[in-house]
Design a protein around this ligand. Structure first.
Ligand SMILES: C[S@@+](CC[C@H](N)C(=O)[O-])C[C@H]1O[C@@H](n2cnc3c(N)ncnc32)[C@H](O)[C@@H]1O
Length: 889
């Protein structure tokens, strides 16, 4: 046996808690000697490394580390959670012959970890295929040392054994129960500390000693004790219990750290995230807005999903086509492998542009940190994937894992920090909120500080074009960058959907079986393709085939409680979130269903308009806002230099607000008119509402007689918003004109991209036959040409419904970076998540920030609009970075 002092050469072993310096989760050790040298498990002899009795202070805190090596038949490893057996009572043949003791020795120390909630380091045994070159060298880990060693050193050709560092685990419970061999053993329930633990191996009995596995035998025993009947259900029940216990511990930590009134909320997520996110204010008495509701996933504003579904569907078909080529479209790793292979082929053909980074098959490293940002997006795996690499490829999908805090900053309002160091590449959180259309966001631009355009890929096209990288523009979009819809394609899908809607039956013929819809989530794509449509009968198939939204499998998955089912469009996760039931979804294949969606959307638009108008009333100074707008407009025109304190003068000072109200009223009127047209027999009118708000579109709508009806009513028409509505309190208060006109949304995104194939030409004859609205829209036609324009179709509004991401402030030198991620229920669709990752190691309690990027967007807009960027608002930047340019926008 090698003695520690021989291994360490006289150096002191590491006697401390937490991660040992320089050791990362996933680090592998050939044997205990290596683990000792680095301080991961500083004993060669024992499975539990506890402080010496003489070190009473540390002993009372608990053990430093444990090795889970499959020596004890009563161990039970479920990954993130495992039951660990204490030490003692074994004979030389590793049979339990005596009761173990809970109150003495290492078992007592491990019990203290539970009582004091001190995390313990964990190492697991692993066995894997040896690299071909490796000789017959055998790992010594888990041999006769440790807690007894039932096996021995049996040669295992072609296998490599060792220990892997799994980070920090909490001891959630301890108990004594009879061993399978008879006598009592001490058992400890361990749970990985979120953000500080990994599962690189699962230990089965005898894993390091080639004794047969007892895992299944143990599972049978559990099944007989009235536990849930399937292995999966049992695991889920234990996971749930362990998560709750871990959460309770983390909450107690929060209260210990912030014992006073500075702790405004223990967990702003209300239990939705795995870790509690406290709200702390040590600066003033401000509180979070009372209308803020936390959501972990996107929440659709009522009616919006149905309106944009045809356009999303078109993009998703391209994406699914690509996925099918990739063989395993839904496995992120397989998807990446496919792209990487294409990159290699391009490289071999000498076509890979210089400076272009080839795609990685694994985008996260062993510790789960993103290795490099990727314009193609990060493709995560779903619950169907179980390989080790796949499990690691689910960082965003797991939600927040780091101990984040929302705290009051000195000069930027609320901000976010992390109590622990955040390693470079670690996933911090994503930015989610309510999804609204670009046209709806346009109404709130300037009064909403929480808008985020989903136009990431459009910007990539712009960057490519701006850099003049012709070769990239030609090659990359063809195989790498996910599809982006041009404005023309969006308009065309709307026209197609409108035409198809006119062939819908009045009432639903046959209800959609939810199970079939759920099956479509994995098999048929996310927007009603494949099995879901087929099962729904001819009516659904016809509508879906023509672009109208059939059953949405992402929604169905969400409703059926599928594992991946983060709250999708079908779940109400906060105020104003979409709440379509499955019958409503199925109802979308009838005219009745379209009418319901049209009314829901009209209500959403109305609420948006009211929130802007309510804020505006303070500076327009009138109860009848529409009349006040008219007055303000005419006075503004007549007296551009007015200096009085009247409402009109204020409006002149704030032309931006006036413009907002104009837009709000127009949008509310258009959506109401569409709902009315649907009611009176034209379901197509629903799909012809504006999704993207662009000056060109508005001009076309206003100009073309039939094109203007029913979508472009006069901006201040009394039909658009009645007095009763005007006087109703807004569902959500606007930031108000003084509140700092600013948002996460830059100037209207417009980007010139590489030429892309257009879908088939619109069936204008069918549209003409179908009625004046479709004819008008067909006449307005898609925008075509080499320089196609791209614009964000959807915008995230996190003002009243959002997650911790909406509290993260801007810095000109941010420590986080933005990355598009395909994950969770939406992972095979175009609807990516906005992931925020650490771009360097961030010390504990440093404020987290990222560069909002407005200046870039503004420059782009200037470039593409011939220098005429719309400068709407300026706000002083208080980021304090050395390279701070002084203002936001
Ligand atoms: C997405 S929110 C961030 C959270 C916000 N601080 C809050 O209290 O909810 C964006 C708003 O935060 C403030 N903000 C963010 N970064 C800032 C900075 N660098 N300087 C000044 N204000 C900033 C501005 O009011 C901005 O409109």
């Amino acid at each position: 046996m090698i003695l520690p002092n021989l291994v360490l050469g006289g150096a002191a072993p590491f006697l401390g808690y937490g991660h040992p310096p320089g050791v990362n989760m996933g680090d592998k050790f050939k044997d205990r000697g290596q683990a000792l040298v680095v301080g991961a498990h500083a004993t060669l002899m024992k499975g539990i490394h506890a402080p010496a009795k003489a070190d009473a202070g540390n002993f009372a805190r608990g053990a430093y580390s444990v090795v889970m090596s499959g020596i004890y038949v009563d161990d039970e490893d479920m990954g993130e959670v495992f039951w660990y057996t204490g030490e003692g009572g074994m004979d030389k043949g590793s049979k339990q012959v005596k009761d173990q003791q809970m109150l003495t020795g290492s078992n007592a120390a491990l019990k203290n970890n539970c009582d004091t909630r001190t995390p313990v380091r964990v190492l697991r045994g692993y066995v894997e295929e040896a690299a071909p070159a490796a000789g017959g060298e055998e790992a010594a880990a888990g041999g006769k040392g440790g807690k007894g060693g039932r096996g021995g050193r049996v040669a295992a050709p072609k296998k490599e054994k060792g220990l892997v560092y799994e980070g920090l685990y909490l001891v959630l419970e301890y108990k004594m129960e009879p061993s399978k061999d008879g006598p009592l053993v001490c058992k400890f329930l361990m749970h990985g500390l979120p953000g500080h633990s990994s599962v690189n191996s699962k230990v089965e009995y005898g894993i390091l000693s080639n004794v047969g596995s007892a895992y299944t035998m143990h599972a049978r025993r559990l099944a007989g004790a009235g536990a849930p009947s399937t292995k999966r259900a049992r695991k889920a029940a234990k996971d749930e219990k362990a998560r709750e216990l871990a959460r309770q511990w983390m909450l107690s930590e929060v209260k210990r750290l912030y014992p006073g009134p500075e702790l405004q909320q223990e967990d702003v997520s209300g239990g939705q995230e795995a870790v509690p996110i406290p709200v702390i204010n040590q600066v003033n008495s401000e509180r979070l807005p009372s209308d803020f509701a936390y959501t972990r996933e996107y929440a659709w504003a009522p009616g919006v999903y149905h309106l944009v579904a045809p356009a999303l569907r078109t993009a998703d078909e391209e994406m699914r086509q690509f996925s099918r080529e990739a063989v395993h479209g839904l496995c992120g790793i397989a998807f990446n492998r496919h792209i990487a292979a294409q990159d290699r082929a391009l490289e071999a053909a000498g076509k890979l542009p210089q400076g272009y980074e080839a795609h990685l098959e694994q985008q996260y490293n062993e510790a789960g940190c993103l290795m490099v940002t990727d314009p193609c997006g990060v493709h995560e795996c779903g619950s169907g994937c179980s390989a080790k690499a796949c499990r690691r490829n689910m960082q965003l999908s797991q939600g927040v894992q780091l101990p984040l805090e929302v705290f009051m900053t000195a000069s930027k309002g609320w901000g976010v920090r992390c109590r622990e160091e955040v390693p470079a590449g670690a996933f911090v959180c994503c930015y989610v909120g309510q999804l609204i259309t670009d046209a709806m966001a346009e109404v709130r631009k300037g009064v909403d500080h929480y808008l985020f355009d989903l136009d990431f890929f459009a910007h990539i096209y712009t960057e490519i074009a701006d850099k003049g990288l012709g070769a990239i523009a030609e090659e990359i979009p063809l195989h790498k960058i996910p599809p982006v819809l041009s404005v023309g394609m969006i308009r065309q899908t709307q026209i197609n959907a409108a035409a198809a809607a006119r062939h819908l039956p009045e009432k639903q013929e046959r209800p959609q079986p939810p199970a079939a819809a759920a099956a479509g989530a994995e098999g048929g794509g996310a927007y009603g393709g494949g099995a879901a449509d087929a099962a729904a009968g001819p009516a659904t198939a016809a509508a879906a085939g023509a672009g109208a939204p059939g059953a949405n499998s992402a929604e169905a998955a969400a409703q059926s409680g599928g594992e991946d089912a983060a709250p999708g469009p079908g779940s109400a996760t906060g105020s104003g979130a979409g709440a379509a039931s499955s019958s409503e979804l199925a109802g979308m294949v009838t005219r009745e269903g379209v009418a319901r969606a049209a009314h829901a959307l009209a209500e959403s638009c109305d609420a948006l308009a009211r929130s802007v108008a309510d804020g505006a009333s303070t500076f327009l100074g009138g109860e009848n806002i529409l009349a006040a707008i008219e007055q303000a407009k005419s006075r503004a025109a007549a007296a551009a230099t007015a200096t009085s304190t009247s409402g009109a003068a204020a409006a002149v000072d704030q032309p931006h607000q006036l413009h907002q109200i104009d837009r709000a009223v127009t949008l509310a009127a258009a959506s109401k008119a569409a709902a009315t047209a649907v009611e009176s027999g034209d379901p197509g009118a629903f799909y012809l509402q504006p999704i993207i708000s662009r000056d060109e579109d508005k001009a076309a709508e206003r100009a073309g007689g039939a094109a203007a009806a029913p979508l472009a009513l006069p901006a201040t028409s009394g039909d658009g918003m009645d007095v009763e509505q005007q006087e109703q309190g807004g569902a959500a208060a606007a930031a108000g004109p003084q509140g700092g006109a600013f948002s996460n949304r830059g100037p209207a995104g417009s980007a010139v991209g590489a030429p892309r194939l257009l879908p088939p030409a619109p069936d204008r004859a069918a549209a003409l036959a179908a009625g004046p609205v479709a004819a008008a829209a067909a006449a307005a036609g898609p925008v075509q040409g080499d320089g196609e324009e791209y614009a964000p179709m959807l915008v995230i509004d996190a003002r009243t419904t959002g997650n911790v991401g909406r509290f993260i402030n801007h810095s000109c030198d941010g420590n986080l970076t933005i990355q598009a991620v395909f994950a969770g229920v939406y992972r095979s669709t175009l609807l990516y998540h906005v992931g925020l990752y650490a771009c360097r190691n961030i010390p504990p309690l440093e404020e987290l920030s990222y560069n909002y990027g407005y200046h870039n967007q503004q420059q782009q807009q200037q470039a593409h609009k011939g220098g005429a960027a719309e400068k709407q608002f300026v706000m002083q930047c208080n980021c304090g970075a050395a390279n701070c340019i002084g203002n936001l926008m």
